[in-house]
Design a protein around this ligand. Structure first.
Ligand code: WT7
Length: 640
C-alpha cells in the first residue's frame, strides 16, 4: 500500500519532512488520489486576520471523493467486499456488499436524490440506524455534492430539529424504526415530531427497516424504495472543488447551541485515508471493524471514508455489545475473522464488568491490532484489552483526535511505535502539537503539562462552524493567537510521549461522547418546576465521566419530591436524548456563587467527586452556607 510507514526510523524521517516542508509532504500523499484536476497550490492559510480561520488545502483542485472510493478501486476491487453488515439480531442474515454492489447502490440513490431536485450544496440531514443504507445515503450525497449532516439516531426530536434548522436542510433521510438490542426505536415518529418545527424540509425519505406502522404526510414523505424506483445506476459524479463542503457534523461546546463542524472535500479525503492506513497498519485483505456509530465522527472517518478510500473491508454493526449477550463483540470478531478492532474505553470497561467467560469462549486469534478512541483509557482497561482480547500479542493504538480534527492526530502506529498504557504517544506526520500555559507561553522540552494546541494546519481540520464563521474563530483560534485550541489538557512525558488528561472547558466526556454542561442545564431548566441548575462531570466507573446535576426547584410538595428526579431525567431525554441524562440529581436550595453571580463549578466538581477536603476559600461566596448543605445532601459519600 502506498504512503504507509513501516518502521520507527521511517516515522521519524517522515515526521521531520512533514514539519520542514508540509506542502511537499502532503502533496506527495495526495498524488495517489484521483483528481479531475490537480491543485495549483498545496496550502493557503491564516489562523488570524481577516476572514480567519482561512485554511485551503489543494487549492483549485477538482475531484469527487466517491470517485476515489469507487472508480479508483473498480479494476482491482469490484468483487472485493467493501462493507460487511452485521444486523442487530444475530438470527438475521448479514449483508456483504462488494465495491461493485455498493457503487451501484450509491449511484442509484444519488439518482433518486437528483430526481427529487437535490442539488450540489443542499444540506441533507440523515437520521438513520446503523444499516448499510446509512453509508449509501452519505456517499450518494457526496456523489452529487450535497452536504450530509448525520444526526446520531439516539438524539431526541428537539435535538434533531435544532440541527436540521441550524443547517436549513431541505431533505431528511430516516427510517420507520431502528433495532437496538431488544428495543425498537420509533425513528419516523421522532422525525415527524421534529419536522413539525422544520419549515425548510421539503422531502422526508423513509427507509423500511423494522416494518412498524408509521404516520404519513403526503407530499413530504417518500419511501426510499419509491425514490429509487426506475432511476437506474448510470451516474456521473459531480465535480467538486477541493474546498467544497463535504459534510457538517454537530458537536457540543461550552454553550447550549451545538456547533456544526464543517469539513471540506480534498483535505478530509487525503487525511482520513492516510491516517487509516498508517495508524491501523491495514494490509490488503484484512477485515477492519470500528464499533462506533456513523452518527459520530469516528464512524464517518473509520467505518466509511477512511477504510473505503483505502480499499478496505469494513465491518458495520447495527446492534449493541451486550445483546443478546455480553459476548456479542467477540462473536462478531470470530465470525468475520476481524483483524483490526477499534472501540471506546467505555465499551471495554462495560464488558470487563460482565466477566471473562464471555470473551474466552470465542476464537479471537484473527486479531492483530486493537484501537481505542474517545477518552483516556485507564490502565486496568488497557491491560484487560491487551492481555485478554489481544492475547498479549496485539499492539494497542490509543488514538487521540476530535470531531474538529477530522481524523486521528496523536497515536501510536500499530506494531511500530512502542506503546505505554494510557498514552496516546506521538503525533502523526503532518501534525504539530504544542503545549502552552494559560498565558499562551509555549512549554518547551519534555516532562511538561499544559493546554494542548496545534500550531500548523493539517488537511483534515475543520474549516468553519456552519453559518457562524466568527464563532469558529472565537472558539478555536482566539484564546491563543495563531494556534488551534483543542480544549484538552495534556502532558508530554520524559520521552516526548503525549498523555491526554481531559477537557479544560465545560464539556463532559460521557462514554466517549462530548456533552456540554450548558446544553444539559438548558434542558433541565425546561422543566416547569426548575429554577436553576448546574451540571458537572464526576468520575464514573464505566462511562469515564458521569453527569451530576445540582438543581434548584420551586416549592415542591412531598409527592413532587418523590418524582422530580425522574421527571428531570425525562426532560433531558426529551430535549437532547438519553445520552445526556444525568446520572445523579441533587435538589439544592442554592448554588455556590461568587458575588458577581458566577457559579463556582470547581466546588461542585469536588463535591461530586466525593472530596470536600480542599474546597479553597468559600467565605467570599454570596451564600457560604449552601456549600455545607450541598455536602450534607450529596449523592456520594463526601470526605471532609
Ligand atoms: C474529545 C473529542 C474523536 C472521536 C471520538 C470523540 C477526547 C478523544 C481521546 C483519547 C483521551 C480522548 C478528548 C477530545 N478524546 N480521543 N485517545 N484519549 N481523550 O470525538 O466527540 O469530538 O470528542 O474526546 O477530550 O477533545 P469528540
Amino acid at each position: 500500500m502506498t504512503n504507509k510507514i513501516t518502521s520507527m526510523a521511517e516515522y521519524y524521517q517522515k515526521y521531520q519532512e512533514s514539519v520542514a516542508n508540509p506542502e511537499a509532504f502532503w502533496a506527495e500523499i495526495a498524488e495517489s488520489s484521483f483528481w479531475r484536476k490537480k491543485w495549483d497550490k498545496v496550502l493557503d492559510w491564516r489562523f488570524d486576520g481577516p476572514g480567519a480561520p482561512m485554511v485551503n488545502w489543494f487549492v483549485n483542485g477538482k475531484l469527487n471523493i466517491t470517485e476515489n472510493i469507487f472508480e479508483r478501486n473498480m479494476f482491482t476491487r469490484k468483487d472485493q467486499v467493501a462493507i460487511i453488515w452485521e444486523p442487530n439480531d444475530p438470527k438475521e442474515k448479514e449483508v456483504r456488499l462488494t465495491y461493485g454492489e455498493l457503487f451501484d447502490k450509491v449511484k442509484e440513490f444519488a439518482n433518486g436524490l437528483l430526481k427529487l431536485g437535490v442539488k450540489k450544496g443542499d444540506r441533507v440531514a440523515i437520521y438513520l440506524p446503523m444499516v448499510p443504507e446509512l453509508a449509501v445515503a452519505m456517499l450518494a450525497c457526496a456523489r452529487i455534492g450535497a452536504i450530509h449532516s448525520i444526526v446520531f439516531a439516539g438524539f431526541s426530536a428537539t435535538a434533531l430539529a435544532d440541527r436540521i434548522n441550524d443547517a436549513s436542510a431541505n431533505v431528511l433521510i430516516t427510517s420507520d424504526g431502528g433495532f437496538r438490542g431488544s428495543k425498537k426505536i420509533p425513528l419516523k415518529d421522532i422525525a415527524d415530531e421534529a419536522l413539525e418545527s422544520c419549515p425548510t424540509v421539503e422531502h422526508n425519505i423513509v427507509l423500511k427497516r423494522t416494518e412498524q406502522d408509521v404516520k404519513w404526510t403526503e407530499g413530504r414523505d417518500k419511501w426510499w424504495h419509491d425514490v429509487i424506483e426506475g432511476v437506474g445506476i448510470d451516474n456521473e459524479a459531480e465535480v467538486m472543488d477541493s474546498e467544497d463542503t463535504l459534510f457538517i457534523l454537530y458537536t457540543s461546546g461550552s454553550t447550549g447551541k451545538p456547533k456544526g463542524v464543517v469539513h471540506t472535500t480534498a483535505g478530509y479525503m487525503v487525511f482520513s485515508e492516510y491516517t487509516f492506513k498508517n495508524v491501523f497498519q491495514y494490509n490488503d485483505g484484512d477485515v477492519f471493524w470500528c464499533t462506533a456509530d456513523i452518527g459520530w465522527v469516528t464512524g464517518h472517518s473509520y467505518i466509511v471514508y477512511g477504510p473505503l478510500l483505502a480499499g478496505a473491508t469494513s465491518v458495520m454493526f447495527e446492534g449493541v455489545p451486550t445483546w443478546p449477550d455480553a459476548g456479542r463483540f467477540w462473536e462478531i470478531v470470530a465470525k468475520y475473522k476481524v483483524n483490526q478492532f477499534y472501540t471506546a474505553p467505555t465499551a471495554i470497561r462495560a464488558l470487563i464488568a460482565q466477566g471473562n467467560e464471555w470473551v474466552t469462549k470465542h476464537d479471537l486469534s484473527s486479531l492483530s491490532v486493537l484501537g481505542t478512541v474517545g477518552e483516556p483509557i485507564n490502565e486496568e482497561a488497557w491491560r484487560w484489552y491487551h492481555d485478554l482480547i489481544g492475547g498479549g500479542k496485539c499492539p494497542i493504538v490509543d488514538t487521540w483526535w476530535q470531531t474538529e480534527t477530522g481524523g486521528i492526530m496523536i497515536t501510536p502506529l500499530a506494531g511500530i511505535t512502542p506503546t505505554k498504557p494510557s498514552l496516546a504517544t506521538l503525533p502523526l506526520p503532518g501534525v504539530q502539537p504544542i503545549l502552552v500555559d494559560p498565558e499562551g507561553n509555549e512549554l518547551k522540552g519534555n516532562g511538561v503539562e499544559g493546554i494542548l494546541c496545534i500550531k500548523f494546519p493539517w488537511p483534515g481540520m475543520l474549516r468553519s462552524l456552519y453559518g457562524d464563521h466568527k464563532r469558529c474563530h472565537e472558539t478555536y483560534f482566539s484564546m491563543f493567537k495563531g494556534l488551534y485550541l483543542t480544549g484538552d489538557g495534556a502532558k508530554r512525558d520524559e520521552e516526548g510521549y503525549y498523555r491526554i488528561i481531559g477537557r479544560i472547558d465545560d464539556v463532559i466526556n460521557v462514554s466517549g461522547h462530548r456533552i456540554g454542561t450548558a446544553e444539559v442545564e438548558d434542558a433541565i431548566n425546561q422543566h416547569p418546576k426548575v429554577n436553576e441548575s448546574a451540571v458537572v462531570g464526576y468520575p464514573h466507573e464505566i462511562k469515564g465521566s458521569g453527569i451530576y446535576a445540582y438543581v434548584i426547584c420551586e416549592d415542591l410538595s412531598e409527592d413532587e419530591m418523590g418524582t422530580i428526579e425522574n421527571e428531570i431525567k425525562a426532560t433531558v431525554t426529551k430535549f437532547i436524548g438519553p445520552i445526556a441524562k444525568p446520572d445523579k440529581i441533587q435538589i439544592v436550595s442554592g448554588l455556590p456563587k461568587t458575588r458577581s453571580g458566577k457559579i463556582m463549578r470547581r466546588i461542585l466538581r469536588k463535591i461530586g467527586e466525593g472530596d470536600a477536603t480542599n474546597l479553597g476559600d468559600t467565605s467570599t461566596l454570596l451564600d457560604p452556607g449552601v456549600v455545607e448543605e450541598i455536602i450534607t445532601g450529596a449523592k456520594v459519600e463526601v470526605k471532609r
